[in-house]
Unconditional design. Structure first.
Length: 143
């Protein structure tokens, strides 16, 4: 393959990467015994929140998506068009753990509610909540 063709193909692959355009940041999850850092994409407008991780075939441990809402309100998510099983963690306006939906079913249209008002929702790979020791006393901190 000619070098210029290969360079164009690499550039196209980079430009088509969904995370290239995403607003990314590092968040801290404080537990009673540990500090856990995750690299997350921020979904803070209606279009980003509606798309979420739909269509994503792969995210790595230590990564995820943080949904940021303008207000604290009972939230509900679904897994329509999402091929990955995820853990969804809900936090209130102060970053306190509200609830979780663990090991979600890919492509399901079943509602996954927060139960209580939440301003933030964090989606990570299924099993990461347990692996990282996250739970009811976890606090979300981000810039």
């Amino acid at each position: 393959m000619r070098p210029w063709v290969r360079a164009i193909l690499i550039l196209l692959a980079i430009l088509s990467s969904p995370s290239l355009y995403a607003d990314q940041t590092r968040i801290l999850l404080k537990t009673p015994t540990d500090h856990v850092y995750l690299d997350v994409e921020i979904a803070d407008d209606p279009i980003e929140r509606a798309e979420g991780l739909m269509g994503r075939e792969d995210i790595k441990p230590g990564q995820g998506m943080l949904f940021v809402f303008d207000d604290e309100y009972p939230r509900s998510f679904w897994m329509k068009n999402t091929p990955l099983s995820l853990d969804i963690l809900f936090f209130d306006a102060e970053g306190r753990w509200v609830s979780s939906q663990l090991s979600t079913t890919p492509f399901s249209t079943k509602g996954l509610p927060s139960g209580l008002p939440a301003q933030y929702a964090l989606e990570i790979l299924a099993g990461e909540t347990e692996r990282l020791g996250l739970g009811q006393d976890t606090i979300l901190i981000w810039p």
